[in-house]
Design a protein around this ligand. Sequence first.
Ligand code: SAM
Length: 275
Amino acid sequence: MVGRASQGDAGERSLAIALSTWSWPPSYPFLRACLLEAYASLRLEVTPPVLDLACGDGRFARALVERGVVARIDAGLDWSQEDARAAAGRLGRPVVVGDLTALPFADGVAGTVLCNTALDCLYGGPADLPAALAEIRRVLRPGGSLVASVHLRALDELLTGVRILRGLGLAGMARAYAAKTNREAGQTVHMDLEGWRAALEPAGLLVERARPLMDARAMRARSLLRLLKLMRPRGLARALARRLLAGPMAPLVVAAPAGEDEPVAGVVLVARRAG
Ligand SMILES: C[S@@+](CC[C@H](N)C(=O)[O-])C[C@H]1O[C@@H](n2cnc3c(N)ncnc32)[C@H](O)[C@@H]1O
């Protein structure tokens, strides 16, 4: 059985799902809507069984199902016991506590592995990446696909704080600010797209598609929404965020960054297990 993503929907559905799933902080629904829309725009052919690895609390997996990107998730895994329990409840599927570098699944069990914003957030950092990728390849059947989103190194330069500090000639502070932001987001593996290809391909995962995510305009919108976190009362901040998201920011959710050389904050990758 092959499930096909629903097609042709503009960003409103992704935005509506993101808003009902993550209401706070205000930048979150925007970020997640951009991600959901990037997945949807790939029109993935998702072959079951589908494993969501490093699934967190399962909210994104459920949003992918709601958005029609995948028909269902068959099982999940996360390092965090608390998240795994929450995900199991949310998805109504078995979610095990485990380590991406030593997966408790048999060889070739999965038609598709999802791994959203996790390969770049490995607790063990870059040192764990080869083992995690080898494990993903092992649990995929030949011809099966890994669908993963990761941030790219260019993200640092797109952060408003970094741009301001650089503009003031404070390069050291800009680097420190970027490092702090990465730490707070749990981002431990920083590479450009070529770096990801170079990590995936020796692991036997051939990158077939790469959908860029969040250009400079989208990142500016995200910064503005992040500021709303400081606004009180929260209800007002939420209402303003909704207005912005439904209005001037809505086109940014659907827009794929245009230029090849345009810096983008991240990418959704589709890689196939060769042989
Ligand atoms: C940014 S969260 C993303 C969660 C989820 N995929 C989502 O999109 O909401 C990164 C997740 O990776 C998990 N993680 C990091 N290193 C891991 C490892 N070595 N094994 C299993 N899970 C890991 C964390 O527990 C966390 O839930």
